[in-house]
Design a protein around this ligand. Structure first.
Ligand code: BG6
Length: 477
């Protein structure tokens, strides 16, 4: 379904995110017929260049980061939507021209794909030049602050010029199809929800493993580490979608209210319940310290932690989170391990094992439910655990395999004015309020992260975190 006619201004249009995600995502949506051909996409950045230069740069980026070739029949048409204004975020240059280009009557959205230190300047100039009004939307990228105080200050700055209903804070994990599917699985089936609590669930594992290191973005990453870069936002969002109560409606504030309650119910994490790791050089690959260009760095490229949620539903069911760079495989999944059946009637044929539901977020998106059945054959009642495995590609055909990138979905939601998959200001602050003490306790100490080999599953200490509780991580593969 096409969205309304819009003017989208991308601040930071010459940057990496615009090239890799935003512009290719917009092209995909245009190709799919979702963007009205009257719409305008205006790049804004400091570089002086013409509309045509920006079109050529965008064409190069789309061809580099997607499988689209420059002969693609719709590419030229898409480039016709583009324009460019050279803008001085801290001065007056370019703002009047930008204003002149905005068409009355179209939806106006402003994407801040720039350093957070410029958010205030841009917001202020959009307002003072009369470019943005009460119907305009702004989109801001992570990192949204580096602790609660800075996130709060950012929220306050934006609030001087925009209402909360105009602010779209992106967490691109919320735009992933399978992440949204968590809500469909939980709240559109009768099967799972009655069992979705501490009475039936032994524990939950959330894994986001990556094979890439931090080379090329070490200066950003070294000041963040896995907790700020992944846990405070993406992992927290996954945890919330798994743990939240059913919202009364699939409506932005109803969903975000429920997520906020989960974040507020998180217990502080004891130092013994967290393991930090740093990947080491192996024969061919560089190690974290070289990639970060900081030989003294104590920043973690891996973290595993045991998280408890202090409420009725989850009392006694731990959530184990782990994420890291340079691990054995790129895989993101959520595994729900149910409790073992309370009693086995099958005396001589083994004890039934616990059911497990694994939701694969990427790659090979799908679900796998492990159930006990009778082993076929005349040998008596022997039990065996088998997978009920479903990949979206198999179940849904080409539509299941061709999942739109998270940014495509999210940018269209901005134009539609739907904030459900965006973080609210109080949610972000609450997430920082939980991670701040974890980060401070580490920064105040002197311990170094545990080394782990590039291409491994992470440090051995993370295994012990589980063994201590008589549990095991799922294999990363
Ligand atoms: C980003 C982090 O937000 O998410 C990166 O800054 C990380 O460090 C990336 O690599 C992971 O996203 P995806 O979509 O590749 O799982």
């Amino acid at each position: 379904i096409p969205v309304d006619d819009f003017d989208l201004v991308i601040f930071g249009a010459t940057g990496d995110l615009a090239h890799r995600k935003i512009l290719p995502g917009l092209f995909r949506r245009f190709e799919a017929g979702q963007i009205p051909p009257t719409s305008r996409i205006i790049g804004a950045a400091r570089t002086e260049q013409s509309d045509d230069d920006f079109r050529a740069e965008t064409a190069r980026a789309i061809c580099e980061y997607t499988s689209v070739r420059k002969e693609h029949p719709q590419l030229a048409e898409f480039l016709g939507l583009l324009g460019y204004v050279s803008i001085d975020a801290k001065g007056d240059g370019g703002w009047q021209e930008l204003k002149d280009r905005m068409r009355p009557g179209a939806v106006h959205a402003f994407y801040f794909s720039v350093a957070p230190s410029l958010f205030g300047d841009i917001a202020e100039r959009l307002a003072s030049h009369g470019i943005a009004d009460n119907d305009s939307r702004i989109v801001v990228e992570k990192p949204f602050g580096r602790d609660r105080a800075s996130a709060r200050a950012l929220n306050a700055t934006l609030a001087q010029h925009f209402d909360e209903h105009q602010i779209y804070r992106i967490d691109h994990y919320l735009g992933k199809e399978t992440v949204q599917n968590l809500m469909a699985v939980r709240f559109a089936n009768v099967l799972f929800e009655p069992l979705w609590n501490a009475q039936f669930i032994d524990h939950v594992q959330i894994t986001v493993a990556e094979t890439v290191g931090v080379a090329g973005r070490g200066s950003y990453y070294d000041k963040s580490g896995a907790i700020r870069d992944m846990v405070q936002n993406h992992m927290m969002q996954l945890l919330c979608l798994i743990a939240m109560e059913p919202p009364y409606h699939f409506d932005p504030d109803a969903v975000r209210d429920e997520k906020l309650k989960v974040i507020r119910a998180l217990e502080p994490v004891a130092p013994a319940d967290i393991v930090r790791g740093q990947y080491q050089a192996d024969g061919t690959d560089s190690g974290y310290l070289e990639d970060a260009e900081n030989p003294e760095s104590r920043t973690e490229s891996y973290v595993a932690m045991k998280v408890r949620i202090s409420n009725w539903r989850w009392q006694g069911t731990p959530f184990y989170l782990r994420t890291g760079k340079k691990l054995r495989a790129r895989t993101s999944e959520i595994a729900i391990t149910f409790k073992e059946p309370p009693h086995s009637i099958f005396d001589d044929s083994g004890v039934p094992k616990a059911n497990e539901l694994v939701i694969r977020l990427q790659p090979n998106e799908g679900m796998n439910m492990k159930v006990m059945i009778k082993e076929p054959g005349p040998g008596g009642m022997r039990l065996v655990q088998v997978p009920l495995d479903m990949s979206f590609a198999d179940a849904l055909g080409p539509d299941g395999a061709d999942m739109p990138d998270a940014y495509e979905r999210l940018i269209m939601d901005v134009i539609r004015g739907n904030q459900t998959l965006f973080m609210r200001g109080d949610e972000v602050e609450a997430a920082w309020a939980w991670t701040d003490p974890i980060i401070e306790a580490w920064e105040d100490g002197k311990r170094r992260p545990e080394p782990y080999d590039a291409g491994s599953s992470g440090p051995d200490e993370a295994l012990r975190l589980m063994h201590r509780d008589n549990r095991r991580w799922r294999e990363i593969r």
